[in-house]
Design a protein around this ligand. Structure first.
Ligand code: BG6
Length: 495
């Protein structure tokens, strides 16, 4: 289905996000004939730039970041409509002028006034821009739709996220806001709901009676690189947990929604996040590990000591690794721990949810040492392989009953030849057709911050005390293993 005629108005059009993800995604949509027939791209820059200059810059970006071979004719057709408008929220008159320019442009392009305002800007610009859009009436839906797309980070703690939501909701309705979490653009992440709710065999065992615990791992090989000033003020917890890891957690732990629509799905996701037990600061310290990497190597790549990274405070106590133990206070999950970990400069890029089922009673196979028996894990992974695997025990061929662990694997690439993509195509397309299902709702964002707030507070108070160091290329600080060992458990080893 083609979206309604519309324009996409990109704030921060000269920046990395617009060049690296937004325009290459629009190109992929155009290549699949999924853009509206009447469509235009408007770039908003704080400093004047000609249409030609902006088009050239976006074309260069497209060639650099495209996920498929660029067809020059198609790229020209797509970018022929690029218009650059100069506007700065510090200069209200520029927004009044922008409004007129947009009206004229859209009349010529016959887009019907439908507009997607994409804020590809640093987060401190979200509100000033939205206020100006509100003041000039550009967010009012008067026959035509008006939508606002914002990127993470959405707030830096519970209070700031609540404040941002409440300010934005004075300007627009919730249905007009599209809060992007790029993890929801990943096929395997979207597939979690299909796995759980389009198959009859998983749901009956998807609860505390059969599941021992759940592990969510998002390990990265890259260090902080050039993002020092952003990262040092943010840290691994804020950067990854309330957003990406909680998207994974909520999809795996939510109750079945009554319908597959944005309202029902997002309500269940918010509900399960709100059921994460709020820990006291002492509990938060006991149930978490934070680490910071030192100098070393990941494979052949040299990694600097985190504290020597450009724009990082040399005495920084910001964590580049975080591991947490959480519990969910509801009937399905009472007593089932959720262990989460994420970090930079680790040995392997790995994103997975590992669901550990309770062990069978061993009575019949008493002679097999417990360590020989495979642990029953169902693994949903996006890195290093996109797919699903099931670990179970099997009989080794031969006269004796000898048991060993094996793995049954489904890999996406064995079944489906997906076109390489940026991961943003579905998200941008959904913004255009008005489907909010893959976007975060205000209550979900706030429930996420609520659950991590005790960790933020406890770590802030503790400062450098309790911050562990780890070697690049490792699995993170050793204390993260102890977090599970003290419960008689282990992180899943890669097989
Ligand atoms: C971003 C974080 O949101 O997600 C980065 O700011 C992180 O620090 C990235 O590297 C991870 O995304 P992915 O898709 O590579 O797992």
């Amino acid at each position: 289905k083609k979206p309604d005629p519309c324009s996409i108005v990109i704030f921060g059009v000269t920046g990395d996000l617009a060049h690296r993800l937004v325009v290459p995604s629009l190109y992929n949509l155009a290549a699949n004939d999924l853009l509206p027939d009447n469509f235009c791209i408007v770039g908003i820059a704080r400093k004047a730039m000609s249409n030609e200059e902006l088009t050239d810059s976006l074309t260069k970006g497209l060639h650099q970041f495209a996920t498929r071979k660029v067809d020059d004719a198609l790229a020209r057709r797509l970018l022929a409509c690029v218009t650059c408008i100069e506007a700065d929220p510090k200069d209200p008159a520029s927004f009044d002028a922008m409004r007129e320019q947009l009206d004229r442009l859209e009349a010529a392009r016959k887009t019907g006034g439908n507009r997607l305002f994409y804020l590809a800007t640093p987060p401190d610009a979200f509100l000033p821009i939205s206020k100006e859009l509100g003041r000039t009436g550009m967010l009012t839906e008067n026959g035509a739709w008006r939508r606002l797309v914002v990127e993470k980070p959405f707030g830096t703690d519970l209070a700031s996220a609540e404040a941002l939501n409440s300010e934005l909701l004075k300007l627009v309705d919730e249905h007009q806001i599209y809060r992007i979490d790029h993890y929801l653009g990943k096929e395997t992440v979207q597939n979690i709901l299909v796995l759980r709710f389009a198959n009859g065999m998983f749901e009956p065992i998807w609860n505390r009676n059969h599941i021992d615990h759940i592990q969510i791992t998002v390990d990265e090989k890259l260090g902080v690189g050039h993002r020092g000033s952003f990262y040092d003020a943010t840290g691994a917890l804020r950067d990854m947990v309330p957003n990406h890891l909680f998207q994974l957690l909520s999809l795996v732990a939510m109750e079945p929604p009554a319908k597959f629509n944005a309202h029902a799905v997002r309500s269940e996701k918010a509900e399960v996040l709100a059921a994460i037990q709020t820990q006291s600061e002492e509990e938060a310290l006991r149930n978490s590990v934070r680490g910071q990497y030192r100098a070393g190597k990941v494979g052949d790549t040299e990694i600097d000591d985190y504290r020597k990274t450009e724009n990082v405070n040399p005495g920084s106590t910001t964590e580049t690794y975080a591991a947490l133990k959480l519990t969910i206070d509801n009937w399905r999950w009472a007593g089932v721990p959720f262990y989460l970990r994420t970090g930079k400069a680790l040995g392997i890029k790995r994103t997975e949810i590992a669901i550990k089922f309770k062990q069978a009673p061993f009575a019949m196979f008493r002679d097999t040492p417990v360590e020989r028996l495979s642990q029953n894990f169902l693994i949903i992974s996006t890195e290093p392989t996109e797919g699903i695997a099931l670990q179970f025990n099997t009989k080794v061929p031969g006269p004796a009953i000898d048991i060993d662990g094996v793995e049954m694997k489904f890999r996406y690439k064995d079944y489906f030849q997906a076109e390489p993509s940026t991961g943003y195509e579905t998200l941008i397309y959904d913004c255009m057709i008005g489907d909010n299902i893959l976007f975060q709702r205000a209550d979900g964002v706030e429930a996420g911050w609520q659950a991590v707030q005790p960790f933020l507070d406890a770590w802030k108070k503790a400062g450098g005390k309790g911050l562990k160091v780890y070697e690049p290329g490792s699995e993170g600080p050793e204390e993260a293993s102890e977090l599970l060992e003290r419960d008689g458990r282990n992180w899943r080893k890669l097989t």
